[in-house]
Design a protein around this ligand. Sequence first.
Ligand code: HEC
Ligand code: HEC
Length: 355
Amino acid sequence: MRKLLVIVSLLLLVILSVSFTAVIIPAGNLRKIYSQPASAWPKPFVDDGVEWKELGILPASPAEAKRDSLREIIELGKILFFDPRLSSSGKISCASCHQPELNWTDRKERSVGHEGAITKRNAPTIQNSWFYHRLFWDGRSRNLQDQAFAPIVSESEMNSDMPDVMRKLRNISGYRELFKKAFGSEEIDPDRMTEAIAVFEKTIVSGKSRFDQFLEGDKKALSNSEIRGLHLFRTRARCINCHYGPLFSDNSFHNSGFSNNDAGYYKVTHKDEDSAKFKTPSLRDVTKTGPWMHDGGMKDLPQIISRYSIARFPGGADSLLKPSGLSAREQKDLLNFLHAISAEPLPFKKPVLPR
Ligand code: HEC
Ligand code: HEC
């Protein structure tokens, strides 16, 4: 009996000390480790061939440095972005689906456009869109100016046609003045219009997150759980294989197994291996841009994390995806880290439309 007691208490001691080293000591260590410059952080768990970049502070948009010289074009682009007269019904503007106070999304699974039509995919935020090499979930557009044509003429979005939009704008004297200020003459054409919208969009960026504050030296900005989440994101959870760099995206396309009957990037390249691939979205502000994924099909971030951690990925899914077997607590840490890289939208003043 006494022997049994000794064994039981020894066992208890072992369990206690193991859980102490697993929980309490590493938390302090991790804080120390991640308080160093990123070059001294632990090596991430990245597969061979992945040209990853370290996570980092939100970079400024390249438009920022040119803000003064582009002021008039930015102003024109902002007005066009908010003007429902670009739609055939006169009711829908770009901002109907990309709302500033909702981190430039619409918070809908899929968007509602012309006469209640439902779009095929989820409306992504336009924050930080200057960063992407290709636009749209399937990458079918190569730059923001080209992208801006699409929603104006899309039947399920603004349902206009270009000559019509041009006629309407040319009849508004306020626009003739605005185009003159921006481009030097009153001429209104599709290229000028989409260029102004694109330049404006390049000024729309995320706010500073607590992760940025932490990296800038405010070591209280992240909780222990968030630091554990950061570590998991870079290591066992393997998120950094695709969501890397200061914008948490590799600017590339993957089949992450969330697809349902959408050919995705295949429609652009017509290569079988690109079937069901979608653009890796930035994860900045991700807790505020749901529902998630190209089809808005995921309504719940914990569910996304648990699917990434324990799923048996379907055939065709990217080989970078490997079940990480995170515990419930680790999944919570990862979720908390996603909160730490999410910020409120920057204050924004809506423009007055010209007559
Ligand atoms: C009816 C809703 C709706 C309207 C109106 C709308 N959009 Fe969108 N927007 C979407 C949806 C949905 C997508 C994703 C479509 C896809 O990827 O196939 C999207 C995608 C985008 C993207 C790509 C972002 C990325 O990360 O790839 C940009 C930029 C954009 N829209 C800008 C605009 C502009 C500029 C206008 C006005 C000219 C506009 N949108 C009007 C719903 C809308
Ligand atoms: C193989 C590359 C890859 C890896 C690894 C990966 N992701 Fe993703 N992630 C993607 C792609 C691609 C999408 C868009 C998929 C879609 O829309 O169908 C995405 C979408 C998401 C979204 C939804 C974002 C939005 O705006 O809709 C979240 C959240 C997310 N990933 C979190 C994570 C987390 C957390 C991890 C680590 C556990 C991770 N991802 C690992 C490629 C990856």
